[in-house]
Write a protein that binds this ligand. Structure first.
Ligand SMILES: [Fe+2]
Length: 207
């Protein structure tokens, strides 16, 4: 009864429809930012993965527009043109292709759970939205929060609040160097390598 009363109260509130449309447009925003969400078969996992990105954007100083403009790493010099989203989406595509090939060739000898893999790849860097800040010229830098809690930690925090399962949080936690300290699942290995093989050549390839 209390819940119904609360719901009716919400409907009468002038801010309700504004808030509702804000939430809906945010969902549209996430959909256009991450078309790869549709690759996740489990609707609950797809929803919690999308929710985590929504929450990160709500808390971040960065907008989806910024994500399509800022460079994907701060460690590859000032001339890097590849955007944050271009790199993040590439990692998801590489991880998915790798997972499909592993399932095709190794079958039950090394099964890859594609839903867990894709959700983990989509969420691996979601914590960077809390790690980055923008200076007066719109250039991104690692803020104080990000120095204390790098994105594998903040990413797990966001994902857990949204109900993302532990197998996916494990991928977020272990995708970067911190993960070298623990045993990785197959899916976490794939995301880790997809991430690093598309980052290290930008940072220090032989020219
Ligand atoms: Fe990362």
């Amino acid at each position: 009864m209390q819940a119904i009363k609360q719901h009716l109260h919400c409907l009468q509130c002038p801010h309700y429809f504004h808030q509702q449309s804000k939430t809906e447009s945010m969902t549209e925003e996430i959909k256009s930012l991450w078309p790869e969400l549709m690759w996740i078969q489990d609707p609950v996992l797809r929803e919690t993965t999308a929710k985590t990105w929504e929450m990160a954007l709500e808390k971040s100083v960065l907008t989806p527009d910024d994500l399509n403009k800022i460079p994907f790493t701060l460690l590859a010099g000032p001339d890097l043109k590849v955007s944050f989203m271009a790199h993040k989406r590439c990692v998801v595509h590489v991880a998915r292709d790798a997972g499909n090939k592993m399932n095709e060739f190794f079958k039950d000898d090394l099964p890859v759970n594609m839903d867990i893999l894709i959700a983990g790849a989509i969420l691996a860097d979601v914590g960077k939205l809390l790690e980055y800040e923008l200076d007066a010229n719109g250039k991104s830098f690692q803020g104080k929060y990000g120095k204390y809690l790098r994105h594998p930690f903040s990413g797990v925090s966001l994902a857990e609040q949204c109900g993302v399962p532990a197998a996916v949080c494990h991928i977020i936690a272990t995708h970067a160097g911190e993960g070298d300290m623990v045993k990785r699942t197959t899916e976490a290995f794939v995301v880790h390598h997809a991430d690093f093989m598309t980052f290290e050549p930008f940072r220090d390839r032989l020219k």
